[in-house]
Design a protein around this ligand. Structure first.
Ligand code: ACO
Length: 393
């Protein structure tokens, strides 16, 4: 039987229009400065969502672009995976909301949470679906709005993050596009970067009060976490030290398993968290600065969106060509990490045919109408069943 491969056929990104430069934090009365933030992180500004903008909104906008580039119809997508740690709700999955908005009636939909490593995890998992023949076309999205979980009084975290979304369409191919991948986790570091949010109160071994002796989580009651636990908390220096070790190690692993040497790599796209982490990683891999993509200056750390946004910008600025080997490497809360090597295989259009976005808009309007009709049908059926006394034993 012929081997199947997966390749990226479409890509798109979205960032909210609201720009927040470093100076805003000083204006807000925080004891910080543009100089400190830029010199320690490489970040100059970030994008932040408005109160009514959800992760699914950003994810949908990035997906519409990716679908337009791929030239596929909504019905062609078999699976939607949204990598996010800031879903619209605990349930339903954000992917289901995207599925409904885009009218992808033949698609399964699920969220994947591996924090900032989420997109590479989702890409590797989706590639396996395509390679095995279980799916032909998969929409993979990385989208996060960590800004809603930031404590804007905590200068050690709030200056680092931004919001955004990036998406790719994976399709079946005869030659390898996605070559190899690696994923890893070390839960002993789970307490280093957390958002407890709507978690039940738990006693756990990861440094939170009340840790249980056997190291396993134990639900103590159903109460939501205290309000101040809704914020993102992080041990920056420990994450920094670990990240400078794990990002190059993951990249080395995936290059070795894909038969690539550093000199073969045309572009390295690391998770965009901190310029210093990226530089240290590149140095360890022996990659010159021109082979390392960075846009952390513009967007800060957009979590699961950082790598697909970087990929989109690398493509739109001519940093990737057909035949190029590209390596993605990420790290994040969990602790988690993932890396993936790919050979770029599709031509990069200088522009998308103007009718394609219009076609997408019409399709998503139709999807909205269909969604309303389905909801109406469901409520009418429920009323009829009730009237007829069905479904009651
Ligand atoms: N402005 C001014 N001073 C600050 C700020 C700020 N915004 N933030 C911290 N400081 C202070 C600290 O309080 C500390 O002061 P002290 O010495 O008086 O205690 C001093 O600056 C130095 O702090 P450090 O933490 O040692 O600074 P460091 O050089 O490590 O930089 C940083 C901090 C930028 C957070 C760095 O540790 C880092 O980038 N860590 C990695 C974080 C990361 O990548 N997280 C994302 C993970 S991915 C995911 O899953 C979301």
């Amino acid at each position: 039987m012929k081997r199947r491969y997966a390749e990226i056929a479409g890509w798109g990104m979205y960032v909210p229009p609201r720009v927040m430069p470093n100076d805003t934090f000083v204006t807000m009365g925080l004891d910080t400065s543009d100089e400190w933030i830029f010199s320690r992180t490489g970040i100059e500004r970030r994008r932040v969502v408005e109160a009514d903008e959800a992760t699914s909104d950003m994810a949908t906008k990035a997906a519409v672009q990716a679908m337009a580039v791929a030239g596929l119809h909504s019905g062609d997508i078999d699976l939607i995976v949204v990598a996010t740690c800031t879903p619209d709700h605990v349930m339903p999955a954000t992917a289901s909301i995207v599925q409904d908005r885009l009218g992808m009636l033949n698609a399964g939909a699920m969220d994947l949470n591996a924090a900032c490593s989420g997109f590479v995890y989702a890409l590797a998992t989706s590639a396996a679906q395509v390679e095995s023949g279980r799916a032909k076309n998969v929409l993979v999205i990385g989208a996060d709005e960590l800004s809603i979980y930031l404590n804007w009084q905590d200068r050690s975290t709030c200056v680092l993050f931004g919001d955004g979304a990036g998406a790719v369409v994976l399709r079946q191919a005869k030659e390898p596009g996605i070559m190899g991948s690696t994923m890893g986790s070390d839960g002993s570091g789970a307490g280093l970067l957390t958002i407890k949010g709507a978690s039940r109160v738990r006693a756990s071994s990861n440094g939170t009060p009340g840790g249980s002796a056997n190291g396993h989580e134990k639900a103590t009651n159903g109460a939501a976490a205290a309000a101040d636990e809704n914020y993102l908390t992080m041990n920056g220096p420990q994450i920094f030290r670990w990240a400078t070790q794990i990002m190059p190690r993951a990249a080395e692993q995936v290059m070795a398993s894909s038969g690539l040497k550093p000199e073969d790599i045309s572009l390295f796209i690391p998770h965009q968290a901190n310029e210093r982490i990226m530089k240290a990683t590149a140095k360890r891999l022996g990659l010159p600065p021109e082979k390392v993509f960075s846009n952390v200056r513009e967007y800060g750390n957009t979590s699961a969106a950082s790598i697909p946004i970087a990929l989109c910008e690398a493509l739109s600025t001519g940093r990737v060509d057909v035949g190029d080997y590209v390596v993605l490497s990420s790290f994040g809360a969990g602790l988690s990490w993932a890396a993936l090597a790919l050979r770029w295989s599709v031509p990069i259009p200088s522009h998308v045919a103007p009718w394609r976005p219009i076609q997408r808009q019409v399709a998503s309007r139709m999807a909205a109408v269909r969604s309303v009709l389905r909801r109406g049908e469901r409520s009418v059926r429920t009323r009829i069943d009730k009237t007829l006394g069905k479904g009651e034993d």
